[in-house]
Design a protein. Sequence first.
Length: 364
Amino acid sequence: MEAGIVGLPNVGKSTLFNALTEAGAEASNYPFCTIEPNVGIVNVPDPNLEVLQKHIVTEKVIPATTKIVDIAGLVKGASEGAGLGNKFLTHIRETDAILQVVRCFADDDVTHVDGSVDAIRDVETIETELMLADLQSVENALQKSKKQSRSGDASAQRYMALLEKCLDCLSEGKPIRALNLQDPEDLKLLRSLSPLSAKRVLYIANVNEEDMTAGGNPEMEKLKAHAAERNSEVIPVCAKIEAELSELPPEERQEMLESLGMTEPALHTIIRGVYELLGLQSYYTAGPKEIRAWTIRHGFTAPQAAGVIHGDFERGFIRANIYSIADMLTHGSEHAIKEAGKLRVEGKEYVMKPGDVCHFLFNV
């Protein structure tokens, strides 16, 4: 599962990517500085691991991770080949969700590809190009599906009906995600097309340092209203500050955060936002060898969660002994949790909850 950082040229994408991953991707003041996508694996900040580590002596702690991809800047006309055109769109198509960086600050020293700062215009430029690219893909797929559906094949007919629904949505100037498709079969059929405008979006408002402390950035406020209408969220960030913080040792980083009135880097909020955007959550295993966060999708059952560790765990699943992070905070040890009757025994139908700590029993 991966999220792609998307935006117009010179909005701070590569600066943000570098801060997130400390990967050293090139970040310069000219369009298309990023040509091939940069890829980084990012640890998910997780206070639950700190709780477990305080109460269980272990050799190592392994956090969950997510993949971030820094994609080249998009310009108006990309769907027709402008800028990096189809190459850019292909890179987005390969991701599972979109982090759209939107410039919300004015700076004469940093060129804007359209000559001025306008958050909504920039967002709509990208959304329009994604929808135009989808329109081409859906129309082409619909022509093929109509031929296949004449055979009476139920699956082909369902796919044709779905494509027609997508075409109507795009023709109205709405992204495919506005359909809010929920049926697993529809989602499976749509996955083969991988439409760009169906991907979930998290907006990153890149602001000045003053806006992080004083607030009141009018471009960011417009962006928040725009996102709220689309059931999305906006995370404010000063990419320049985050880049500086990422290069500091822990002690100096904390001092800088305190001087800015921040409790943690804004990047932590972004990473957790990406994790949620991708529909992911963590559960934990804990013991003397390691404490580890395991990544699963929302709605996974206990056997499916066990299968993330090893396929044999899912195939031979018997039961799971589970307690919560809240139980550990209250009772202080696994022994005390068990003595208090808080260690739960869950079977194959149990749906995993955030903060579950598990011991799986299996037999193969």
